[in-house]
Design a protein around this ligand. Structure first.
Ligand code: PEP
Ligand code: MN
Length: 341
């Protein structure tokens, strides 16, 4: 159920309703919109009593949520979710570019990558420190040393950073260094990991599982939001199909579909979505055209020497060209490219 508050409702009335929701055995989730506030009523309490909330001051209506996912649903909150990561605004009418190497490999490598990404207009620096590799014999990441190097590069170039979290054991350490936590495709349905993110207040970029439906992805986001962490971005990163000409099939249908189903920002990852640098500019422009709120791409100073995902990593010159190519598309979509101050 949701309790929709009147536009004129004040903080005291919102708190009063939340208190009643709790009294009836549910957890209240206060979701503030521009027009009005909605209180999500989640859990297994006394349903009969919820309807009586309509008589409380400041309440507009009490309505059921028919979807399996609730807090993430567009029907729960009509306006786009917009949040800030340091000075970078994500969602709404902004377009964010996150870029950097697949893995943090050394101080020189992450510094060179960050310098190029900042110079050509990325606003968030990416880099993996804990790598979920298909083979146990592949490079697994520099772990905490990688987090330190990524943070130092982010601080130097004044970029917020994003890095992947792969295990509940490292939530605290990863959260200590990073501005945004990435949950990779392989962990999209790792429910203990998702639950652990509900308890922290770092924004999350949740990647679509390799064979996940949109409903499954939205329910994964619901796990995070049900814990009280509302700053979640959804990321389309390609799915497994029969086609072998590229690493994955970029499902761009997902972007407008997800935007209709949910109020959360949607980011596209054309690097993993295609696995081919020659396809990244076209798919990035297509991502803008279908309504994405940003892209995340892999950039490496020397892709031929990369310890992971070299074949899909853009050189600094290719990244510069990509940024020039997407600018008119971002403007045509009525969005503002987020620029670092
Ligand atoms: C990555 O971002 O480097 C990564 C491993 O992505 P995905 O989880 O989408 O495969
Ligand atoms: Mn990668």
């Amino acid at each position: 159920m949701i309790v929709v508050m009147k536009a004129s409702a004040n903080e005291k009335q919102i708190q009063n309703v939340s208190g009643k929701v709790q009294e009836f055995g549910f957890t209240p989730h206060v979701i503030k919109g521009v027009e009005s506030t909605v209180i999500g009523v989640i859990g297994d309490g006394n349903r009969d009593r919820i309807q009586s909330l309509v008589n409380l001051e400041g309440v507009e209506r009490v309505a059921p949520i028919s979807k399996p996912y609730k807090l993430v649903a567009r029907s729960t909150k009509e306006e786009d979710t917009v949040f800030k990561v340091r000075d970078v605004e994500i969602g709404g009418d902004t377009f964010v570019v996150m870029a950097g190497p697949c893995s943090v490999e050394s101080e020189e490598q992450i510094d060179a990558a960050a310098a190029a990404c900042a110079k050509y207009g990325a606003t968030v620096l990416r880099g993996g420190a804990y790598k979920p590799r298909t083979s146990p014999y592949s490079f697994q990441g520099l772990e905490e040393d990688g987090l330190k190097l990524l943070k130092a590069a982010g601080d130097k170039y004044k970029m917020p950073i994003i890095t992947e979290l792969v295990s509940v054991d490292t939530v605290d350490i990863v959260a200590e260094y990073t501005d945004i936590i990435q949950i990779g495709a392989r962990n999209m349905q790792n429910y203990p990991l998702l639950r652990s993110l509900g308890k922290i207040r770092k924004p999350i970029l949740l990647k679509r599982g390799l064979s996940s439906t949109l409903d499954e992805m939205l329910l994964a986001a619901e796990y995070i939001m049900a814990g009280g962490n509302y700053n979640v971005m959804l990321c389309e990163r390609g799915i497994r199909t029969f086609e072998k000409a590229y690493r994955n099939t970029m499902d761009l249908n997902a972007v407008p579909a997800l935007k209709g189903m949910s109020h959360l920002p949607v980011i596209v990852d054309p690097s993993h979505g295609t696995g081919r640098v020659d396809l990244i500019p076209a798919l990035s422009k297509a991502a803008v055209a279908v309504g994405a709120d940003g892209i995340i791409v892999e950039v490496h100073p020397k892709p031929e020497e990369a310890l992971s995902d070299g074949p899909q990593s853009l050189t600094p010159a290719m990244f510069e060209d990509l940024m020039e190519q997407i600018k008119p598309f971002v403007a045509a979509a009525g969005k503002k490219l987020v620029i670092l101050k």
